[in-house]
Design a protein around this ligand. Sequence first.
Ligand code: AMP
Ligand code: MG
Length: 487
Amino acid sequence: MPLSFDNSYTRLPDRFYVRVRPKAVPQPAWLVVNEPLGELLGLSPEELRSPELLDTLAGNRILPGSEPIALAYAGHQFGGFVPRLGDGRALLLGEVIGKDGKRRDVQLKGSGPTPFSRGGDGRAALGPVLREFLVSEAMHTLGVPTTRALAAVLTGELVYREQPLPGAVLTRVAASHLRIGTVEYFAYQRDREALALLVEHALARHYPERVGAEEPALALLDGVMEAQAALVARWLGLGFVHGVMNTDNCSLSGETLDYGPCAFLDAYDPGRTFSSIDHYGRYAFGNQPRILLWNLARLAEALLPLLDGDDKSKIGTLEARLERFPSLFEQAYGAVLREKLGLLQEQPGDLDLARALLDQMARDRVDYTLAFRRLTRLAESQEDTLSELFSNQELIHTWLTSWRQRLAAEPTSAEERSQRMRRANPAYIPRNHRVEEALAAAAQGDLAPFERLRSVLAHPWDDHPEHVELALPPGEEQWRYRTFCGT
Ligand code: AMP
Ligand code: MG
């Protein structure tokens, strides 16, 4: 049997999910498979590429032990509450304990309609499926907690969006698919029993060290708050803009979830949004920590019925918990920025030093990834290719002087610093224009640009001289011109 399932979620009461079969598709065909992830789940390369698994991952076959379910959840979308969302185009096939002993969900996304589809077709198109595959795996490589992608398959069917597009199914692998919206679903229904079971399940699964806490609901809030603060700090370190941080896309495990409209900054700009539906910049790059806190406040509200005491004291308790967020986040973000600057020891003033550089980058719209990579080179070789990115040479040189003084204040070896800086400052990220290019080619049946990007992103810290154009920002020529004009 290629995958051995052990399903804990179906042991929860019926109201947590609906049992649904995937809808069969006419002509399954492989697009991409992820061998290392397959291996982790106990699949040999042969099993992974078997016709049996292709049928399974297209939704045409149910493996023994698999109990497909659509999960129930609610969510705040762009600030407005929707009491019933749920898996409208995804099905959890079951849970698999990996070779590392960790339990993971194996989910099909794009597997057909469910009772949660609300008029949608339950399907996914090739482009978004490949985008999630590429970006989630790149994030994983870059050390960001995230759902992963085991495979993408074509269905042989067209899906109708603005135009007809090839249909595809993604196999997503996640620590779980529990979200803040799952808690909200039961809170809205005043189902205290389900809430308590959910908290117990989530703690056992994601925060086992907190099982047995006096107040399990508070223990879960703390766990999610810490994990999500660390996650969003990592996003900021890479210039990642999630794009749709609704509470139904905010996982309880602290993994990045849902790669719909995500993007990466090129020019550094905290106000940058990419999503065409984010009209007010709610989910802008620099707003992500604030939105996370807003989401955590919704989680706290949803957990309130589980606390003891009168309403006033419960609210006081939850507020006191949430007040920890700013310092928690600053701690996590500070750690990320220190790594980017090559600072291994924590000293007061480090965040200010980092912010002074970011301010200059914002003023000149300097490419975020390129600038930190050039800073890394400067630390390694004294070769200054960084200053030329800035319009005010005096300002950047003054900053570099303080940075060098700060580096000199710790005993780190050049070798160690270089290694840590490279890790924190990849040469390659999934640049939006390169991802778009790869997806456009894939839609025409040419997977070569996708595979090229994927192979470079599997080693994002190396220089890959033969792929150097994949490291460059879009419109390098115009943008350089503008920068030089200022100097
Ligand atoms: P998302 O924007 O992907 O986070 O999805 C929000 C909600 O819309 C979830 O309940 C999804 O299951 C549902 N949804 C998104 N696309 C579709 C689709 N094509 N068919 C059915 N439901 C969908
Ligand atoms: Mg979603």
